[in-house]
Design a binder for this molecule. Structure first.
Ligand code: ATP
Ligand code: MG
Length: 381
């Protein structure tokens, strides 16, 4: 008898000829995730298995975060020849449970002496007899005891839902503009979940924003990195650019010009990283720089797609998502962001392109961007 994890994958099922490619990626991601708490990881009969588990809770916690995993079952593997022992073990798994249950047998070994209905009946009867407080309901049971007869017998009573999505690395790479706010970590998570590898770019205006504000962003990046298989964060010094914009440009337009600079720099970093798109946490109408006109003006300066997965989300929906993925609490820590430090009182909601270009003409764009890129600090998580 041995404890192991039985892992089911989700959407990869829909793949045709290239399914093996996605499965290989998923097995690699699971292997990286269980390092230190699990042993062998292998694929067999449309399931992934992990054995030699030294810390079950931690192993489950990590595997449920791996994109591409649909659900995880802590299972027991037994010699299938000894049906009485399997029934006894099934009973032990159900001990202490109350309400209704059913046994769900799957038999891929067709030479096994009992077929699935017979296993259901015999094992169900055995459990009924030995666990007080349980009754059978095959339609809407409170508990399902699953038994799979394959090379050996596998037993489990718990199916833990996992992150879903596609394995990271199968969907290309993108650069996430990561602030310390609620939105951008959620946006990054959503795109990473589709199999996209991330790097993060953070703009930092020391001493107007503090060391603690930067630490908060790195904490958020660390939470993301658990699902994203590691993350490189580019911290870009942004103070000079903001001071120049503040000094030389029309107050109404400072936010938009600043955002255009962010996009240009993020694109330069993305290209260097081999990323093919940018990701932001913007949503239509949330603030002045996120009206449709303003979004068009920020899009204009980049030559790669900008993904805005939150574009149609309400704030409350974003907050719920952030809670689910574990970034909300950190995002709520009260440290200032570079955007908030220099916020004008009346940012333009219907900006005119001529005005933006007029403002930008007063800045030495090439030098400012080059200096910012030269000052980048790269932190690997
Ligand atoms: P968030 O909650 O993510 O901070 P927000 O609602 O505060 O978003 P803005 O401050 O207008 O919105 O920023 C819009 C988007 O621009 C953010 O979601 C993020 O992708 C990017 N962004 C803003 N500030 C920074 C920063 N300091 N570094 C990197 N990206 C940033
Ligand atoms: Mg913000």
């Amino acid at each position: 008898m041995e404890n192991l994890l039985l892992i089911r994958y989700g959407e990869i099922y829909l793949k045709g000829l290239n399914r093996p490619y996605f499965l290989r990626a998923l097995v690699s991601r699971v292997r990286e995730a269980v390092k230190g708490v699990g042993g062998r990881v292998w694929l067999k009969d449309a399931r992934i298995y992990v054995d030699n588990i030294t810390d079950l809770d931690e192993c489950v916690r990590r595997v449920t975060k791996v994109f591409g995993v649909h659900s995880v079952c802590p299972a027991i593997r037994m010699d299938k020849a000894d049906f009485a022992a399997i029934c006894a073990q099934a009973t032990a798994l159900m001990q202490g449970k109350t309400g209704t249950f059913k046994v769900e047998a799957r038999r891929s070994d067709k030479r096994y002496p009992l077929d699935s209905p017979a296993i259901n009946a015999e094992m169900g009867g055995y459990i009924l007899e030995h666990v007080p407080g349980l009754s059978v309901d095959v339609r809407h049971p409170d508990h399902v005891l699953s038994v799979e007869i394959r090379d050996e017998a596998y037993l489990y009573a718990e199916v833990i839902p996992a992150a879903g999505g596609m394995p990271v690395g199968t969907g290309g790479k993108a650069a996430l503009l990561l602030s310390g706010g609620i939105d951008s970590p959620v946006a990054g998570y959503m795109i990473a979940k589709r199999g996209v590898e991330l790097c993060a770019v953070h703009f930092y205006s020391y001493p107007y924003t503090s060391e603690r504000a930067k630490q908060k962003v790195l904490d958020l990046a660390r939470i993301l990195s658990e699902s994203c298989c590691g993350l490189r964060v580019y911290v870009v010094p942004f103070t000079d650019i903001q001071l120049q914009i503040h000094e030389k440009c029309d107050d109404e337009y400072t936010t938009l010009i600043m955002r255009r600079y962010m996009m240009r720099i993020a694109e330069a970093i993305a290209r260097k990283e081999g990323a093919e798109a940018l990701i932001t946490g913007e949503s239509v109408g949330q603030v002045a720089s996120q009206t449709m006109t303003a979004l068009n003006m920020t899009n204009m300066v980049v030559g790669m797609p900008v993904f805005r997965p939150l574009i149609g989300f309400d704030k409350i929906e974003i907050i719920r998502y952030a809670e689910k993925i574990g970034t909300y609490e950190t995002s709520c820590l009260p440290y200032e962001d570079c955007c908030t430090v220099f916020t004008p009182r009346h940012p333009a909601t219907h900006p005119k392109l001529e005005k933006i270009l007029e403002g930008e003409a007063k800045l030495d764009q090439e030098r400012l961007i080059e200096e910012a890129l030269n000052g980048v600090e790269i932190i690997k998580l």
